[in-house]
Design a binder for this molecule. Structure first.
Ligand SMILES: CCS(=O)(=O)N1CC(CC#N)(n2cc(-c3nc(Nc4ccc(C(=O)OC(C)(C)C)cc4)nc4[nH]ccc34)cn2)C1
Length: 295
């Protein structure tokens, strides 16, 4: 009998064994599973994203159609889907053993120097530059969504809010009110809910700030913003945040962050989207910093 054509991207639910939860959001969660079709524990570890509520199915289907067409070393690899037995669809991805930057940086601070932090920043820009070249806007770029393969390789790990801007629109209008990560949002996103590629550059600047603080919880963007605008004032918080940004307030230079890197961060936070550096420019700057000895 010819070897029956088995589709390697078609995962059967009965062979997917849950091990533990890896991450969780409002609508989705990611679990570590062993995919063990032989039933002898010789299977492979995979990361499985599924929905917590039925009605987000369309979002996960959009995320799947996005990630399955992305091929870049700084973007988490799509492995397939699990869609049998009727229940809601699951996205199967490669498992990255070291978790997100939010877990990895604080735990390994003592053996990560600034050069390595800039390598992570460069890799995120390379992944984002590729994403933009495929006409996608990420809309949720933050350290919590960057995964660590090993101490010299990081990948963008989640595309839950990613939108395509194919039909030559250059921005995406936010419709759903799902609680957006406002502290990573550019003014245009907060004020008229328009998302440009340049809005991802703003979020990258906030992510770079997180990286240079080794994702220290006490200096997290929400913590720093709330300290600046006064304790959280419920729904007023967003209005206070917009007001501060409009007045030109920006997050301060993290301790021991080189002036040149803070200048880069700041160039991501120009009020007008068109005045911000782009990912190509950021890549050139990081490559220069990493070759020159002044870091
Ligand atoms: C948006 C809501 S979400 O719920 O959908 N969701 C959150 C999200 C954010 C992003 N990115 N996420 C992705 C993964 C994830 N984790 C992993 N490995 C690990 C490995 C280790 C650990 C860990 O804790 O280790 C210590 C040592 C105990 C701290 C955690 C994760 N491999 C992956 N491959 C593909 C995805 C993926 C986890 N959270 C996407």
């Amino acid at each position: 009998i010819p070897p029956q054509e088995t589709d390697p991207t078609d995962f059967k639910r009965r062979f997917l064994k849950k091990i533990r939860k890896l991450g969780e959001g409002n609508f989705g969660m990611v679990e570590l599973c062993l995919y063990d079709p032989k039933g002898d524990q010789t299977g492979e570890l995979v990361a499985v994203k599924s929905l917590k509520t039925e009605n987000e199915c369309s979002n996960l289907r959009r995320e799947i159609s996005t990630i399955r067409n992305l091929y870049h070393e700084n973007i988490v690899k799509y492995k397939g889907i699990c869609n049998d037995e009727g229940a809601n669809i699951k996205l199967i991805m490669e498992y990255l053993p070291s978790g997100s930057l939010k877990e990895y940086l604080p735990r390994n601070k003592s053996n990560i120097d600034q050069k390595r932090l800039l390598h992570y920043a460069l890799q995120i820009c390379q992944g984002m530059e590729y994403l933009g070249s495929q006409n996608y806007i990420h809309r949720d770029l933050a350290a919590r969504n960057i995964l660590v393969e090993n101490e010299s390789l990081v990948k963008i790990g989640d595309f839950g809010l990613t939108k395509s801007i194919k039909d030559d629109k250059e921005y995406y209008k936010v419709t759903e009110e799902q609680d957006s990560p406002v502290y990573w949002y550019a003014p245009e996103c907060l004020i008229n809910r328009k998302f440009y590629k340049a809005s991802d550059v703003w979020s990258f600047g906030v992510t770079l700030y997180e990286i240079m603080t080794y994702c220290d919880r006490d200096n997290s963007p929400p913590r720093v913003f709330l300290k600046m605008i006064g304790r959280s004032q419920g729904q007023m918080t967003m209005a206070r945040l917009v007001e501060a940004l409009e007045k030109g307030w920006r997050m301060p230079c993290p301790d021991s962050c080189p002036e040149m890197v803070y200048t880069q961060m700041h160039s991501c936070w120009s009020h007008a989207p068109e005045n911000r550096v782009d990912f190509k420019g950021l890549i050139k700057q990081f490559e220069f910093l990493l070759t020159s000895e002044n870091i």
